[in-house]
Every structure is written in structure tokens, then in C-alpha cells.
Design a protein around this ligand. Structure first.
Ligand code: NDP
Length: 248
């Protein structure tokens, strides 16, 4: 049976690294993106150059219809999904809680948690052995901010990631007897574009002070943990929240 992976936000950063590693490991890969079509196409090209199978689909994870369409496209192109990585996520400018408004909170929650919920729902419909599926695995990309908070910086983002951890644990229990494992990775500071939206030019330097390993991580270091959780090597691991954060 073909291993079919959907990874949201696969056009850049952790998602792109995960898509490429998954293709090397034999997955047919669908990357979704929000607006960066050229970056998404480039990842598809990279995968095809190594003999892999890949497509890119524009889909806003915050839109229920886009998510439904995304999964239907994959049904048609590759067959039923066997692996999902809920990676798409946003962070907004560093801000204290007193200045945050409800619109900002809603934007962050809608992408980070509603998006993960909708994609998990569509994946479970296809994977569940109770519904005739062959099982599968889901990895949600959380953050160490779920455990540590992000005081004075992004408390809204941290709360959305806390919700992802709870979604992970709850879904893992709900679908454990349907052949589906659900886990999360919690990256620490990883060098990607997301920090450009945080508006913190000094962050890369500051990270050295608060990460025990005294460096930020690379996207591929998170990708390796994700691929392990998706693989049969992790066959008895579900509901786990795994930090990839240099000891933070
Ligand atoms: P990037 O900003 O580098 O990439 C974000 C990706 O998400 C892009 O592919 C983007 O698409 C996509 N995306 C954003 N919004 C949506 C949406 N509404 N629908 C679909 N796709 C969307 O992020 P990272 O690689 O750094 O982060 C990936 C995940 O890892 C996020 O969930 C983030 O919270 C988490 N994380 C990152 C950390 C870090 O230090 N980098 C630390 C802890 C967690 P497009 O290219 O079209 O804009």
C-alpha cells in the first residue's frame, strides 16, 4: 500500500524539510500552502528530482471548505491519506497581553488550532479501521511555548499551542483502537521565516542564552522527529508530546 502524506504549510521551514525527508523515505507527499505558490512548487520540483511523488495544493487550513477540498484532491491523486502532519501555524508580532485584541487571538487560534482540528478530522475519516481505512498516523506541530508560555511576547500563540497538545492527547485516546496514532512535536527555537513575523531581530542572539545547547535548531532536526513518529518504529507511541528544543 502506498504511504500518502499530507503536510500543511509544506512550502517553507519545518514543513518543507519534513516534506523532502518524507519523500526520501518513500511517501507520496501533498504539501499545502497558503499563498506562497512559487516556494511550494520549488519543493515539489526538489522531490521530483529525487524520483519522489509530490503535489502542492493551495488551501487555507482555517477554511473548512479548503480543507475538505484538499483531502479530496489527495484522494483523487494518490488515494487515501495514511499520514498527516499538522504543521501550518502562525505567530504575530511580539506584544504584551494588555495590547492584544480579540481579532488577533481569533486569527491565531483559527489557523493554529481550528486548522489542526479540521485536518485531523478529515484524515481520521479516511484512516479509521472502523470506517474501512487502513489506519495511519498524525503528528501535530506544537511548541515548547505550550509548556513554558511566552510571557510578554506571544501569550496567544502559546495558548494555541497548549490547545494543540490537548487536542493531541484527546484524539490519541479517541482513535487508539481505530489503528491511528496521534502525537505532537514541540520545537524550541528553529531557524525559519516565522521569526520574521515575530519582529525580534535580537532573538537569534538571545536564544543562545536560554537554550541549554546554546543554539537554535534546524528544520531538519524537527523533521527527523516527525518522521520517526509517523513510522512503524513508533508503533506503540501515541498521545506523546516530544520536545525538540535543545534542552529548553
Ligand atoms: P514558517 O513561517 O517558516 O512557515 C509557515 C508555513 O505555514 C508556510 O508554509 C505557510 O504557507 C503555511 N501557512 C501559514 N498559514 C497558513 C494557513 N492559514 N493555511 C495553510 N498554510 C499556512 O513556519 P515554521 O516552519 O517556523 O513553523 C512551522 C510550525 O512549527 C508552526 O506551527 C510553528 O508554530 C511551529 N513552531 C515553529 C518554531 C520555530 O522556531 N520556527 C518553534 C515552535 C513551533 P505560505 O508559504 O504559503 O505562507
Amino acid at each position: 500500500m502506498e504511504k500518502v502524506l499530507i503536510i500543511t504549510g509544506g512550502s517553507r521551514g519545518i514543513g518543507a524539510a519534513t516534506a523532502c525527508l518524507a519523500a526520501e523515505q518513500g511517501y507520496a507527499v501533498c504539501i499545502s500552502y497558503l499563498r506562497n505558490q512559487s516556494a511550494a512548487n520549488q519543493i515539489v520540483q526538489t522531490i521530483m528530482q529525487i524520483g519522489g511523488k509530490a503535489i502542492a495544493v493551495a488551501a487555507d487550513v482555517a477554511s473548512e471548505q479548503d480543507v475538505i477540498d484538499l483531502f479530496q484532491t489527495v484522494d483523487q491523486q494518490f488515494g487515501k491519506v495514511t499520514a498527516l502532519v499538522n504543521n501550518a501555524g502562525i505567530l504575530e508580532r511580539q506584544m504584551r497581553v494588555e495590547e492584544m485584541d480579540a481579532d488577533r487571538l481569533n486569527r491565531i487560534f483559527t489557523t493554529n488550532i481550528t486548522g489542526s482540528f479540521l485536518c485531523a478530522r478529515e484524515a481520521i475519516k479516511r484512516m479509521s479501521t472502523r470506517r474501512g481505512g487502513a489506519g495511519g498516523a498524525i503528528v501535530n506541530v506544537s511548541s515548547v511555548a505550550a509548556r513554558l508560555g511566552a510571557p510578554g511576547e506571544y501569550v496567544d500563540y502559546a495558548a494555541s499551542k497548549g490547545a494543540i497538545d490537548t487536542l493531541t492527547i484527546g484524539l490519541a485516546r479517541e482513535v487508539a483502537d481505530e489503528g491511528i496514532r496521534v502525537n505532537a512535536v514541540r520545537p524550541g527555537f528553529i531557524y525559519t521565516d516565522i521569526h520574521a513575523s515575530g519582529g525580534e531581530p535580537d532573538r537569534v542572539e538571545r536564544v543562545k542564552a536560554f537554550v541549554p545547547m546554546q543554539r537554535g535548531g534546524q528544520a531538519i532536526e524537527v523533521a527527523r522527529a516527525i518522521l520517526w513518529l509517523l513510522s512503524a518504529e513508533a508503533s506503540y507511541t501515541t498521545g506523546a508530546l516530544i520536545d525538540v528544543a535543545g534542552g529548553k
